[in-house]
Write a protein of this length. Sequence first.
Length: 136
Amino acid sequence: MRLVLNVIWFVLSGLWLAIGYAFAALICFVLIITIPFGIAALRIAAYALWPFGSTVVKRADAGVASGIGNVIWVLLCGWWLALAHLVTGVALCLTIIGIPLGLANFKLVPVAFLPLGREIVSVEEAEAMGVIPRGA
């Protein structure tokens, strides 16, 4: 089922959202001091391509630097990437088939807005860490 959802996601929104993240990464790489944000954008771009079967968890070692970095991220790229997920999610929810994909877009809004201090892991890893209940 994950494969089917990922393929439909890729066609309807994943490719375009990943291109948006790649553009954000390019902006961050050009500004040089924001290269770590560009790396985070590329990491999220991969997640935006194939989100089903993965989840986002908070990193235990995230601290004040992640919070400060998130503020800078919001100013540079976060607000328009989160807005892209919101608009895409609403558009996908207009069809019955698109509702699960729209909900997945809404799940990506907080990640697009505040990505630093979070880690993308498989659902199985998250279950093993005890972050999400088994079978959820």
